[in-house]
Design a protein around this ligand. Sequence first.
Ligand code: 13P
Length: 258
Amino acid sequence: MRSVIIAANWKMHKTIMEAEDFIDRLKKEEDKLPSAQLVICAPYITLPVLSASLENLQVSLGAQNMHWAKEGAYTGEISPLMLRELGIRYVIVGHSERRLYFKEDNQMINYKVLAAFEYGLTPILCIGETEAERRGRRTADVIERQLREALRDVPQEAIRNLIVAYEPVWAIGSGNPASGEDANRVAHLIREIIGTLYSEEDASRMRVQYGGSVKADNIGEFMRYADIDGALVGGASLEVSSFLPLIREGVAAKEANS
Ligand code: 13P
């Protein structure tokens, strides 16, 4: 059985003080945290502080991006080595906001996935179609291409540690999530593609999240489906008062349906 993994993507939110405040509040509610893998992907600058203050909590830290090189003349970038030294375990790669606003393409995303594995970080690889692609019924093609290109040269022994987040671009921050059925259809397709590129066993072991307007009152709609193991959450992860109920609902829905 795959374990549930729910990740917060704080995006460009929270100063160091605000991040500390979040953790203080979370610690007060610690006894209400169900057992699941929880990850907070926070802005780089807050990671050192969070890594110290999360010590006794069952929450891991992730970055939202990184460069693929170990070091070099790349002004403004952060390397996988730097993240690893901080004890960071996860890194979001290929988020649609990075594809759109920072012109990341599948080739760059592929380098980042390779670098993440090389440095012992678990990549949360984001893929998903735009509204126009959805309307043009190109979702399956887009997903297949994004996966194939992002995973080029990724060795078989690494692949079961991969996490893929299916995030339809039109669902992000829109308050208009995909239906559970549609999300699960794509999650299933992702496993089929991994099964073709690697093996059935790898496909059944790697985890797939859904992301895009996930809230406490809709996460159950995704988690009840077999191919969805968790969620990547933006807006609703910013406050403990919205994130904690979301985690609880998500875990409960998976337990009720497994
Ligand atoms: P929202 O949950 O705010 O829609 O954001 C989803 C997302 O982009 C997570 O990476």
